[in-house]
Design a protein around this ligand. Structure first.
Ligand code: 2P0
Length: 351
């Protein structure tokens, strides 16, 4: 008897231009475009296996071995339903295609990065889920088309359908058909680029992104300024910087955008604080490192960015990485660091 099963994996991504705010909460349409660098590394991925079988009585999902409910009308159910609809189109065109759209699916997903990495798994998780079902259903679709579905699982997930430098273009249409991710450049375009993840705390964050960003949409005037007058120009400028491999500009925009994202969080009523004292000390360290480097005519060495939590991601070029890791470990001896695309630890180069 035929077995219908497929496995796919997707990487974690970290935004340099931040997504924060929805104009449509059901379709997950953002209030601004965003851009990420995907940590396309073996140890920062979600891997998902999907299986369709006539004997299955309902759709079921396991995350890291524990079964999770698939809520009716929820994000997971929406993604599965969208993919089944596309499978129906395949079956309608090909009379020999097995009627997989009529079977229930069992889905099992694992993250290979520790919870202690403090990384959100929803982006890589939804991207891997969508990719595995697309493979199972043999859907003739592009990664951008799949990103439109992953977006409805979690906004940032649409960016994890690609490796490298990825833009999520917000689109203007009400149905979301033009809100999807596109590749700006593959990782191989700028192989010297690395990301160092500094784990400040692995506590669960106090305010979820989903709830926090809508509070910001409702209460922050600064967000309106950001949406209209800041992000569009930054998207253009950072894409150009990536194309030109201009690290100084890339780093400057990345730090500015992290700062403004945390400023809009603070401008929310009641205010949202994601960074803590250690996060701010890391910023001070990077600012000082860059100040001294620029004064010596060597340009910017590192860019920090913070998501909806206290952990730092530091972007740097290969030749400056060792100095930055040494500096971080000297000032923050307790910290754990995960380095992309190849780990200093994994490679045994020491820190
Ligand atoms: C980002 N973040 O661009 C920004 C920066 C957090 C800070 O995307 O409600 O988990 O599932 O669409 O994608 C976090 O938001 O929110 C996020 P939902 P998501 O990476």
């Amino acid at each position: 008897m035929a077995v219908y099963q497929a496995t796919a994996s997707a990487p974690v991504n970290i935004a340099c231009i931040k997504y924060w705010g929805k104009r449509d909460t059901k379709l997950i349409l953002p209030t601004n475009s965003s851009l990420s660098v995907t940590l396309d590394q073996d140890h920062l991925r979600s891997t998902t296996t999907s299986r369709a079988d006539a004997s299955f009585e309902k759709d079921r999902l396991w995350l890291n071995g524990t079964e999770e409910e698939i809520k009716e009308g929820g994000r997971m159910a929406t993604c599965i339903a969208e993919l089944k609809t596309l499978r129906k189109e395949v079956e309608a065109k090909d009379a020999h295609a097995p009627k997989l759209s009529t079977f229930h699916v069992h889905i099992s997903s694992f993250n290979n990065f520790p919870t202690a990495a403090g990384l959100a798994s929803s982006a890589s998780g939804f991207a891997a889920l969508v990719a595995s079902l697309a493979q199972l259903y043999a859907l003739p679709v592009t990664p951008s088309a799949l990103s439109r579905i992953a977006r409805q699982g979690s906004g940032s997930a649409c960016r994890s359908l690609f490796g490298g430098f990825v833009a999520w273009e917000m689109g203007v249409k009400a149905d979301g058909s033009d809100s999807f991710a596109v590749e700006v450049a593959p990782q191989s375009h700028w192989p010297e680029m690395h990301a160092l993840i500094c784990v400040v705390s692995d506590d669960k964050k106090g305010t979820s992104s989903t709830a926090g960003m809508q509070r910001t949409v409702q209460t922050s005037e600064l967000l309106q300024h950001r949406i209209k007058h800041v992000v569009p120009a930054r998207m253009d400028a950072i894409k150009k910087a990536i194309t030109a491999k201009d690290f100084d500009t890339f780093a400057t925009i990345t730090m500015q955008d992290s700062n403004q994202f945390h400023a809009v969080a603070l401008d929310t009523d009641p205010p949202i604080f994601y960074m803590n004292d250690v996060s701010r000390s890391i910023i001070a360290l990077i600012v000082e490192l860059n100040r001294a480097s620029v004064a010596a005519g060597k340009g910017i060495k590192a860019a920090y960015t913070y998501d909806a939590g206290p952990n730092a991601v530091i972007y740097a070029l290969q030749h400056n990485l060792r100095e930055i890791v040494n500096l971080t470990m000297t000032y923050f001896p307790q910290s754990q660091a995960f380095n992309d695309p190849f780990s200093l630890y994994a490679k045994g180069q020491g820190v």
